[in-house]
Design a protein around this ligand. Structure first.
Ligand code: PLP
Length: 436
């Protein structure tokens, strides 16, 4: 049975005429009959063009941390835009937002951008300028946005593209990326301190930065092993390499201060996006003043026409103030834990080997083994086909995680205990249906 009802199908046919594959971003395409057109969202729910309601665990791929159409955030934006949105000058709201980010994360300084990709691009440029080196280390399966430099060995790679463990091949995620760019990227394995140490010892003079998703938010929420991030910090200090935490997914989602707070490791540069705006477009690159001050006019370009526009700024200020003062994280952890426990029980009842990875506000279900995956290659050994079948059966029944198991389930504060129970009932039915 196709996901598209009649009206949704008609709208999707229109979309196909004017947008490649009927979508504005490749990750949204689920196929000719299963790509949805959504009319609106409210709280934890979405409705498609046929008025079918879904409990939403994609949340726009993570941003919507409070819930869709949060009235407090919308109100703040509505009020702010009465006085205009973009002046090519600094505004008081922008300063307040930078102060709020500093208060919650402990970073010294910040520049606002509009998307995660812009933030990671600027972070890499700053690190290169600061060290006067050109190469950087990234980990297999980590995604840092759609800039050319980062699109090697991302979560979209398949097993046979990756080469051997000791000599990973740089697998481009896309056509259209100049081949020579891979010479600037050194690919290593997440949770492998030994390989990182060896690489930094032999090549530190070439390497500007290590960029890492502290939790693998694009591959099943794989967690850092105890002390892994601390070791990365120690090695970056030892070899004078800039440590960049890409907190586009973890920032303001796993704790008020993101992964830096949760794992008690301070990076040199950090990127934020998604949860900081509850769905409005806003992002940031920030970090230590010693590096951020290199963003000097005429020296290192960290710029953008829409940086600091008041739509994103007002939304972010309202969102962060709510996250800072209300017990949102308590709710997210409680609901996430209840879901995880229920999912584990159901999978055990059905005799399916599994591990729940990630953290309650952002977790994944790894099937086919009860050994925790530690890196991208481990993840690829799991039964992702079974997961996708279960997820698709869930979506048909009105609860919507992504059907790609690499993408975590995201939770919002509007998710009620009743929604959790409804989701678990749906999950149980979906497992039954997917097994037959
Ligand atoms: C960890 C991480 N970094 C960067 C990005 C890019 O962000 P954007 O899609 O806003 O450009 C993403 C997007 O999913 C991400 O997950």
């Amino acid at each position: 049975m196709a996901l598209q009802g009649e009206k949704t199908r008609q709208w999707y046919q229109k979309a196909l005429q004017v947008m490649p594959y009927g979508v504005s971003s490749n990750f949204r395409y689920w196929g000719e009959q299963d790509t949805l057109v959504i009319q609106r969202g409210e709280g934890a729910y979405l409705w498609d063009m046929d008025d079918k309601r879904y409990i939403d665990y994609r949340l726009g791929f993570g941003p919507v941390i409070l819930g869709h159409a949060d009235s407090r955030v919308n109100q703040a934006v509505a009020e702010a835009i009465q006085g205009g949105t973009l002046f090519a000058w600094t505004t008081p709201a922008e300063i307040q937002l930078a102060e709020q980010i500093r208060k919650m994360t402990g970073i010294d300084q910040v520049r606002l951008t509009n998307s995660g990709t812009e933030a990671t691009m600027q972070a890499l440029r700053l690190a290169r300028a600061y060290t006067n080196r050109e190469k950087f280390i990234k980990f297999e399966g980590h995604y840092h946005g759609s800039a050319d430099y980062f699109l090697f060995s991302t979560a979209s790679a398949t097993k046979n593209m990756l080469g051997s463990l000791r000599a990973p091949i740089h697998a481009p995620m896309s056509s259209g990326i100049p081949k020579y760019l891979n010479e600037y990227v050194v690919i290593l394995h997440f949770n492998d301190v030994e390989m990182l140490e060896k690489t930094l010892r032999s090549r530190w003079g070439e390497i500007a930065a290590v960029i890492v998703e502290p939790v693998m938010g694009n591959v099943g929420g794989i967690l850092p092993q105890p002390d892994f991030l601390q070791s990365v910090r120690r090695l970056c200090d030892q070899y004078d390499v800039v440590l960049i935490f890409d907190e586009v997914k973890t920032g303001f989602r796993i704790a008020k201060g993101g992964a830096q707070e949760y794992f008690k490791v301070q990076a040199d540069l950090v990127t934020y996006a998604k949860a900081m705006g509850n769905g409005y477009p806003i992002a940031a690159v920030g970090g230590k003043e010693t590096i951020m001050r290199w963003a000097a006019p005429g020296e290192v370009s960290v710029s953008g026409t829409y940086n600091g526009n008041l739509v994103g700024v007002a939304a972010s200020l309202a969102t962060l103030q709510i996250l800072d003062t209300e017990p949102v994280f308590t709710t997210l952890y409680q609901r996430g834990q209840a879901l995880q426990e229920g999912i584990k029980d159901i999978l055990a009842d059905h005799g399916i080997a599994h591990v729940i990875t990630g953290l309650p506000p952002m977790f994944s279900i790894y099937l086919g083994s009860d050994r925790e995956p530690l890196n991208f290659r481990d993840y690829l050994k799991g039964d992702s086909a079974l997961y996708s079948r279960i997820a698709m059966e869930m979506v048909k029944r009105g609860a919507m995680p992504d059907i790609d198991g690499r993408e975590p389930w995201f939770l919002c504060a509007a998710l009620s205990e009743g929604d959790v129970q409804e989701t678990l009932n749906i999950f149980n039915d979906a497992v039954k249906a997917a097994k037959t």
